[in-house]
Design a protein around this ligand. Structure first.
Ligand code: BG6
Length: 609
């Protein structure tokens, strides 16, 4: 999950590369490097965050107008300067940056050693660089032939940008499974792993498909297929606003994105409602198609999986269709028994997560229809799914998702309501009242942000010293507590567990002692009393209880701190309870002085297995 960038034009490449890498650092930030071609190709690499590389090149007066860059999330070889990209072939002929994993790199290493290549790093990428050089020298048919022969020979995932010594002022790229976008404007041509890196320069982009290559010259991009034949590509315009990729005065992207939720949730809901009816026509789903589905499988990773867990409760109760929720890395290998009349829903912010993409392909191979709920237009999962529902969260930069999560939640509610309507499991009155309530969710999120943020900051800042925390709830409250717990873990490095409140007494309650933090979520009427008694159980064992509950409920007897949220329809409470959960994690992490936007060991989208 690295970030790669490239520029070939009339401007100084170093500024554009470093700026682009700073917009991709959420993809990996344990080392970075650039290669600038002027009279010759110069390479600069540094361990650690991008600022170390910036310091290294700031007085170098690099005037070259063609270059490539990389920010790394180590997979092969520890994060250090030698293993950092760009990598160079033995005689300097080929210089390359790579995002992905070469699975058969050991076998290729032996091949190279048989041909007297010497490797200086522990990386699969250096192997890839020399394999391109090997074919380049063996067949002497130029860059496209060498790259295509390499694509046939290597196994794994890759997005690469390559510079050949004998082809100055050209950048060659190719991809398979790892994301890449190519941009163009009057100042030159650009490449990047993700939109925010080039949005400042152009909105005009090409989408390069799997096993395709391209040559970026200063004024044009030429695309090739695996036979080396030229192929035409349509230039598309990106709808995103550059400001979305900036902090705009907020201290961190995460708190900015938390505060963007009322706006992006409203945009997403409005894109799914037409004349006060749910309208899924943009996805390609029709009532006839919906009616065919007898079962639903939701497959995703990380927080997107937690949206799936929430969606299961809502879809099953409203539409009375069985829903199976799976972690993508399990789904793709556990040989699930799939009903041919099933719909597989893949949820992914980036649309590039490798396990989710593989699960999509698995489902298609099994002959099932697939619906992707994604946030990135033109992403691999969006391009390969049968039906696509785009969430409108805009670029999400902070590694820990917040606004994309909230847009995925309302998207899944819309699916539940429409499936229930088509399957006739709800009457029109219920249908209309659900839509009317859905439309005011953004205002209620806004209300929480305006009225409760400072109180939540006060409460959360008391817990920067803790080592453990528990999140409990029942039914939909349990489902959303999973996300609350992950949010705390991923950014504050505090161990926490989410537990079905009724399950606690079957073991884990033994961990509850004086001052153990327990965050209880209690919104669901039909299990409210039960949840309260579970909070009494932990309180009586010394726990410090923070309760998140609607304003019409009284939890004062069991809670040390109470965070009230507006009332809403029972199915929509995850959209409201997740806000305090996000803020608690954010403010505890801030109180610990940690890098909230780029937590250690994580990356925004995991494009390798
Ligand atoms: C992780 C991110 O890498 O991937 C999480 O840190 C995210 O925030 C998970 O939920 C899944 O990513 P995506 O893009 O498939 O939703």
């Amino acid at each position: 999950m690295c970030g790669i960038v490239g520029y070939n034009g009339t401007k100084k490449a170093v500024d554009i590369l470093l700026d682009g890498l700073s917009k991709l650092e959420y993809r990996g930030y344990d080392s970075a490097g650039i290669a600038i071609q002027d009279k010759e190709i110069e390479i600069f690499k540094a361990k650690g965050k991008l600022v170390n590389l910036k310091e290294k090149v700031e007085n170098k007066n690099l005037l070259g107008t063609c270059g490539i860059g990389h920010t790394r999330w180590a997979t092969h070889g520890e994060p250090n300067e030698i293993n950092a990209h760009p990598h160079v072939s033995n005689d300097g002929n080929v210089t390359l940056v790579h995002n992905g994993i070469i699975e058969n790199y050991q076998e290729l290493t032996q091949k190279l050693e048989r041909h007297n290549y010497k490797l200086y790093s522990e990386t699969d990428t250096e192997v890839l660089t020399n394999i391109i050089d090997y074919y380049y020298k063996k067949y002497k048919l130029g860059p496209i032939d060498a790259i295509n022969r390499t694509m046939v020979r290597v196994r794994g995932s890759y997005a690469i940008a390559v510079m050949f010594k004998e082809y100055p002022d050209e950048i060659w790229v190719a991809r398979k499974d790892s994301p890449m976008i190519i941009g163009i404007n009057e100042d030159g041509t650009y490449l990047a792993s993700d939109v925010p890196a080039i949005l400042k320069y152009t909105k005009n982009v090409y989408y390069i498909d799997n096993l395709e290559a391209a040559c970026l010259k200063k004024d044009k991009v030429t695309f090739y297929d695996l036979n080396g034949d030229e192929i035409k590509k349509e230039l598309k315009e990106i709808k995103w606003d550059i400001r979305a990729a900036e902090k705009e005065g907020y201290e961190h992207f995460m708190i900015k994105e938390i505060n963007e939720q009322p706006d992006v949730v409203k945009k997403t809901i409005n894109s799914l409602i037409n004349e006060n009816k749910i309208d899924l026509s943009k996805t390609g789903l029709t009532s006839e198609i919906i009616n065919q589905f007898k079962e639903i499988y939701i497959v995703a990773c990380g927080s997107a999986y937690h949206v799936g867990v929430c969606a299961k409760y809502v879809i099953e109760e409203l539409a009375r269709i069985p829903v199976v929720v799976d972690i993508a890395s399990e789904f793709r290998y556990r040989k699930p028994i799939l009903n041919k009349d099933g719909l597989v829903i893949i949820i992914s912010q980036s649309g590039e997560t490798a396990d989710s993409l593989a699960a999509l392909r698995e489902a298609k191979e099994e002959g099932l229809k697939t619906l992707a709920i994604v946030n990135v237009v033109g992403s691999s999962i969006a391009r390969e799914a049968d039906y696509v529902l785009y969430t409108l969260a805009g670029p999400e930069i902070a590694v820990a998702t917040t606004k994309a999560f909230s847009t995925q939640l309302v998207a899944s509610y819309s699916i539940a309501i429409e499936f229930a309507k088509v399957k006739n499991t709800i009457d029109n009155e219920t249908y209309v009242s659900l839509i009317n309530e859905l439309k005011v969710i953004p205002d209620k999120i806004d209300e929480i942000l305006k009225n409760s943020t400072s109180n939540i900051q006060k409460i959360a800042s008391k817990f920067s010293h803790i080592h453990d925390a528990f999140y409990i709830g029942r039914c939909l409250d349990y489902a959303i507590s999973l996300e609350g717990s992950l949010k705390l873990k991923e950014i504050s490095y505090i161990h926490s567990e989410a537990y079905a409140a009724g399950e606690l007494k079957h073991g884990t309650i033994s961990l509850i002692e004086d001052e153990t933090l327990v965050i209880g979520i209690a919104t669901q009427d039909d299990v409210f009393e039960k949840t309260i008694s579970n909070l009494v159980e932990v309180k009586s064992r010394g726990a410090y209880v923070i309760a998140i509950t609607p304003s019409d409920k009284d939890v004062s007897k069991v809670a040390n701190d109470i965070i009230t949220i507006p009332t809403t329809n029972k199915y929509f409470y995850p959209s409201l309870t997740v806000i305090p959960l996000q803020l608690i994690s954010y403010y505890i992490t801030i109180a610990k002085g940690l890098d909230v936007d780029k937590p250690r060991n994580l990356a925004k989208s995991v494009t390798v297995e």
